[in-house]
Design a protein around this ligand. Sequence first.
Ligand SMILES: [Zn+2]
Length: 328
Amino acid sequence: MVKIFIDPGHGGDDPGAIGNGLREKDLVLDISRRIRRQLNRFNDVEVRMSREDDRFISLSNRATLANSWGADYFISVHVNAAGGTGFESYIWNGNVKSQTRSNQSIMHSEIIAQIGVRDRGRKSANFAVLRRTNMPAILTENLFIDNAAEAAKLKDSDFLEAIAKGHTNGLVSIYNLKGNGTESGTDETNGSDEEGSPPSGEISQIQSTLNDRYALSIAVDNIYGPETQGTLLKGLQTELNKQFNRRLVVDGIWGPNTRGAVVNVRRGARGNITWVLQATLLGKGFSPGSIDGIFGPKTESAVRRFQRAQGIKIDGIAGQETFTALFS
Ligand SMILES: [Zn+2]
């Protein structure tokens, strides 16, 4: 199993470079998710990301996360600024392994091959994430956000997909990755879907979001089965730990600890717990309208319909009893 650690630069209070209505932190998260989605179509590769959403993570923490996981390769994704055009890549300018250089060479040429922009060259610098990581590491600077022509490219989702594809192709070549058969022709290339074109369907959307949000790689098959439900429960456990300082084991199993830790979710709530609730209701056949993380009248109605069908108290509030019925 090859372990690839992807580090979308910046995030949270640190937007990175800004220009032409774009923020580096958003672009690099988008590109990183695309790389992960593409890599998930290959066997024997595991992907983790330093951040799943718009949050700040210190440079040393980014390295620590990769080091403690035992990543095989660290890829920090950035967008350039301050007067220039094109693509460049960096490795640490200290004492690096030969594999660091050969990986850079392959990654660099695969990316250039996909995006066809000015090649600024393979470089080295004393960047913290490159210095502090124990494994081969690369940092890519993908075009210039403050150049109008390049910003226009960065606004094109097909182009972001191509940047990701260059990274993916480099990794496929370095680690000799083999496809797992889910690469079904148009899925990868039609570019019509901002999310990178998963199979259509509401459950597929939920599965893709779960993969993105929690760094997973469950099947995106539009089927609500035990894997999807268990993953939604893991999502709930993760959110309870994060938002309410519970110390649940994130195992996707409904037990007394999770039941005791669950909170009441009602009209007016919004966020990932509401999202998990909506997704689970949909999976059980009680559509809450849109799966948007906002607990409005349609979600309340879905909770009531579910409660009625289950023969439990009908109050439109999802608490211990309702979550138990949804997950056990
Ligand atoms: Zn940057």
